[in-house]
Design a binder for this molecule. Structure first.
Ligand code: S3P
Length: 449
């Protein structure tokens, strides 16, 4: 039996530390449940807050990001019950009825909260809002949503000409637009669609490749007129819209499942079933990439739950092969690149990830973070301007690792450390609670520690 995973509080700079021993002989087996989908959790709280009547949400993610969304909308008058995985009730205000908050709205670490909310705030006539976030969010580009909103007539001010939060917004009557987004981003697309809900006429977004479509699905379920042209990645909302409260059942987050899918694929002898995973085709790029790498994955019990496809995924360990990924696959696995990089360290050959420059403006610069930290473990990784190149099969050694305060980097490194010879010290592992509060305890259970 290997030594246990230890969580240690250090007083230096209030960092937390998790000591991860090598997995040595243990394998992942049995079943695992994952937390609710982060993207769907945010949207259910937001649409619930602007719908008429009551929305009930089952399976909500209890991570810090949805807590930020709930706090912001409570400040604007939405009646949101205490967050729980069982049932959360939201009594909505109706579109256009968000109240002027008495204080700054703080989106914490959550880009989805801030960017989607901006679309709603900009279209609340006669009200003033100020919004901010944590250090990471204050450094992330906001011009990608501020520019289209300004084209629609929004009044927004912020640092560096409105590129960075904190931002100030004077809500107004916006005009329809057809925006051609330079990036395939569901946050940009959703921001514009939410702004379009109260506009008289058609608001259209065209994106260079298809990004996740949870907003389109949920808006339609709440009663919005949404037209999609898949041939050119184009979505139109025709407003003004009245949304009606609904029951939302949040599936498990494939981005959280990805850590276990990769762990079981690379830890010899593993045979794991990850249950209740959302398998919306705009999110399953990670499954395609792993299949290209010859991972042994099977989708079982495929079903549809409240408008989203769901399945259980069985994964058995196998010898992975390197692959090349890029292009339209990237937006469909954008949050899984860090853990895919870990898979690549165990694959035969050189994996090349390209067209992924968006990773530089996530919660951290994930290309830089993964290249540096996997490098510390001894992996053969080089950073490209738009991706990573990783030659697998080089034995990893335990190291002092840092999460860059990024939840997905923290969890990816924890999985990589299991495969190293000798223990690793992972600082700021607590960042995982942004999207997966029980990650470390689930890891201990999964390894029967
Ligand atoms: C999200 C969209 C993606 C993703 C983020 C969640 C969403 O961001 O990385 O974690 O819920 O819309 P981009 O739209 O910036 O690619």
């Amino acid at each position: 039996m290997s030594s246990p995973i230890l969580t240690v509080k250090t007083d230096q700079e209030r960092q937390d530390l998790v000591i991860i021993p090598p997995v040595s002989g243990l394998a992942l087996s049995g079943k695992i449940q994952i937390p609710g989908d982060k993207s769907i959790s945010h949207r259910s709280l937001m649409l619930g807050a602007i719908a008429e009547g009551e929305t009930t949400i089952e399976g909500l993610l209890l991570g810090e990001d949805p807590q930020s969304t709930a706090a912001c909308f409570r400040q604007m008058g939405a009646d949101i019950s205490e967050l729980s995985e069982q049932t959360v009730r939201v009594r909505g205000l109706g579109i256009g009825n968000l109240q002027e908050p008495k204080d700054v709205l703080n989106a914490g670490n959550s880009g989805t909260t801030l960017r989607l909310m901006l679309g709603l705030l900009a279209s609340q006539p006669g009200r003033f809002f100020s919004v901010t976030g944590d250090k990471s969010l204050r450094s992330r580009p906001m011009s990608r949503v501020v520019t289209p909103l300004e084209q629609m007539g929004a009044k927004i001010w912020g640092r560096q000409g409105g590129q960075l939060a904190p931002l100030a917004i004077c809500g107004g009557h916006l005009k329809p637009t057809h925006y051609h987004s330079p990036v395939a981003s569901a946050q940009v697309k959703s921001c514009i669609l939410l702004a379009g809900l109260s506009i008289d006429g058609k608001t259209t977004v065209t994106e260079p490749a298809l990004s996740r479509d949870h907003s389109e699905r949920m808006l339609r379920a709440f009663g919005a007129d949404i037209q999609v042209d898949p041939s050119c990645h184009q979505v139109t909302v025709t407003g003004p819209v009245t949304l009606k409260g609904q029951t939302v059942v949040v599936p498990g987050d494939i981005s959280s499942a990805a850590f276990w899918l990769v762990a079981a694929a690379i830890i010899p002898g593993s045979d794991l079933r990850v249950e209740n995973v959302g398998v919306n085709p705009t999110r399953t790029g990670i499954l395609e990439a792993l299949q290209r790498m010859e991972a042994d994955l099977t989708l079982e019990n495929q079903r549809e739950v409240a408008g989203e496809p769901v399945a259980d995924i069985r994964v058995r360990s196998s010898q992975l092969k390197a692959c090349e990924i890029g292009g339209a696959l990237i937006p469909r696995l954008i949050d899984e690149v860090p853990i895919l990089a870990v898979a690549a360290t165990m694959a035969q050959g050189t994996t090349v990830i390209r067209d992924a420059e968006e990773l530089r403006v996530k919660e951290s610069d994930r290309l830089l973070a993964m290249a540096r930290e996997l490098g510390k473990l001894g992996a053969k990784v080089s950073e490209r301007p738009d991706g990573l190149e990783i030659t697998g099969g080089v034995p990893l050694q335990g190291a002092e690792l840092d999460s860059y305060d990024d939840h997905r980097v923290a969890m990816s490194l924890a999985i990589a450390a299991l495969l190293a010879q000798g223990p690793s010290h992972l600082y700021n592992a607590q960042a995982a609670s942004i999207s997966y509060p029980d990650f470390i305890s689930t890891l201990k259970t999964a390894l029967n520690q």
